[in-house]
Design a protein around this ligand. Structure first.
Ligand code: FPP
Length: 228
């Protein structure tokens, strides 16, 4: 059976609202991030089951270094725990892990874990889980343009081929949770023709049902890519 043309292949999510989720409950911010990771876990499984080819999650931006040290180290700890707990499940389900952004700025133990996870899943051919770590889109575009220039050809295609997202399906749908309506330096180039969906739900409350509703909504939209 052929799939409808409007079926999304690549969805990206700006997972916002962990702090507000915790604040509403008089809990520490780190607890919001912890519940955020649980949401990540549910969504990765759901995305795979829904047949998405790529799910890109904004986990740590180049601007997040401005947060208090304790919060940064809580996020690093959660990332480590996530990899340690879920790597075998990715491997078993043919999920490939990919990182965009320069994660080498992270602590050595985190870098080692990530490198191990990348190697362990590199040959997988199912869905790709893309985690944006120390990622900033303007930085990515500048790096890609410099690489294209060094090779002597600066075109839309040559820059696209040097982006961290090279090789992934084109971005279809970009979702941001928690009611903020901005891109925050995420996938600016890739979002040129993506559909956007901004929802009020705080990230820890985002469920597979929300994702399914977003995909259903996407399937109904008419994408014209500037044509008529
Ligand atoms: C935004 O909430 C969320 C983040 C800056 C971090 C997102 C990270 C995770 C969900 C956990 C780590 C990810 C993985 C893939 C294991 P916020 O703190 O900006 O919320 P607020 O705007 O309500 O304060």
């Amino acid at each position: 059976m052929s799939e409808p043309a409007s079926r999304a292949r690549h969805v990206a999510i700006i997972m916002d609202g962990n702090g507000r989720w915790a604040k509403k409950r008089h809990l520490p911010r780190a607890m919001g991030h912890k519940r955020g990771v649980e949401a990540v876990r549910r969504l990765v499984k759901a995305a795979r089951e829904m047949g998405l080819e790529a799910l890109t999650l904004y986990a740590f931006s180049t601007e997040n270094w401005r947060r208090p040290e304790a919060e940064i180290s809580a996020l690093m700890g959660l990332l480590k725990a996530f990899i340690l707990a879920d790597l075998e499940e990715f491997a078993a389900n043919n999920v490939r892990l990919k990182i965009i952004g320069d994660y080498h700025a992270f602590p050595d133990d985190v870098v080692k874990l990530i490198d191990g996870a990348l190697a362990r899943t590199a040959a997988n051919t199912g869905a790709t889980l893309v985690v944006a770590l120390n990622y900033g889109s303007q930085d990515e575009i500048a790096r890609a343009a410099a690489k294209a220039a060094a090779k002597g050809v600066v075109t839309i295609e040559s820059i696209t081929a040097e982006l961290d997202t090279a090789g992934l399906p084109p971005l279809d749908l970009l979702i941001r949770t928690s009611g903020e309506v901005r891109l925050s330096n995420f996938l600016l180039w890739q979002a040129a023709y993506a559909e956007m969906l901004f929802v009020d739900t705080l990230w820890p409350d985002f469920t597979p049902e929300h994702l399914q509703a977003a995909l259903d909504d996407f399937a109904k939209r008419e994408r014209r890519y500037g044509g008529r």
